[in-house]
Design a protein around this ligand. Structure first.
Ligand SMILES: *Cc1c(COP(=O)(O)O)cnc(C)c1O
Length: 220
């Protein structure tokens, strides 16, 4: 199957409320250009350096999503062009994104990553940390970021019921913040679901899926 066929197969049944981010990590720019030529513009990368190199090599109307763990000292490299950072997992990181947004005279859209999986290796905030960030007194000092929603990754397991429960937990949390009406926080985007579980994620309220291998095949 070609990239175009795979993309079509995923997009055709997708509800209009759901955005597909094509996860292009590890793939060469030729493959990304092939995706671009189908008309797709939402690209996701998990590493800063790789994203910067691809940004420089490819057309400038691509919307770049940073989906992987972001170190504070690397924010400056993506701040000029990133279109959504999915992986904000601390107030300290958000403060640095704000600082870089100010420097580049832009407001950087962000999602707060929530810790869902019962695995030690996954990043994200717990509910208390989330509440600490989504507080008026904290956020109004950060005029160069805009919180657009939440992101989460389910456990890497074959247990569908566990995955469903994790997505449901995140959706419930997302809904509990829906009323949040701060100038720079509007809960509109719920980023959850990858190749193996995006259908389950959509059934549980996802509005943005991050899909790599179902488009490009397995990574080397
Ligand atoms: C790699 C990655 C994906 C996509 O994974 P696939 O299984 O290839 O669809 C989604 N989200 C994050 C955060 C990733 O790192």
């Amino acid at each position: 199957m070609s990239i175009k066929d795979n993309l079509q197969r995923i997009l055709a049944p997708l509800p209009s409320t759901v955005t597909l981010v094509a996860v292009t990590k590890t793939h060469p720019v030729e493959k990304l250009q092939e995706l671009y030529d189908t008309g797709h513009r939402q690209f996701g990368e998990n590493k800063v350096q790789e994203m910067v190199e691809k940004y420089e090599a490819l057309p400038k109307d691509i919307q770049w999503h940073l989906i992987g763990h972001l170190q504070t000292n690397k924010v400056k490299y993506i701040a000029p062009f990133v279109s959504l950072i999915h992986s904000v997992d601390s107030l300290k990181l958000l403060q640095e994104i704000n600082k870089q947004g100010l420097k580049h005279n832009r407001i950087i859209p962000c999602l707060l990553q929530v810790y869902l999986a019962k695995e030690e290796t996954k990043f994200g905030m717990d509910e208390a940390e989330l509440q600490g960030v989504l507080a008026p007194g904290v956020l109004h000092q950060l005029a160069h970021v805009q919180i657009r929603g939440l992101m989460g990754m389910a456990s890497n397991t074959d247990n569908r019921e566990q995955i469903r429960q994790e997505f449901h937990t995140l959706k419930t949390l997302f809904d509990s913040y829906k009323q949040t009406n701060l100038k720079n926080a509007r809960m509109e985007i719920l980023s959850m679901g990858m190749s193996s579980d995006y259908e389950l994620a959509i059934q549980n309220g996802s509005t943005m899926i991050r899909v790599g291998s179902a488009i490009f095949g397995n990574r080397a």
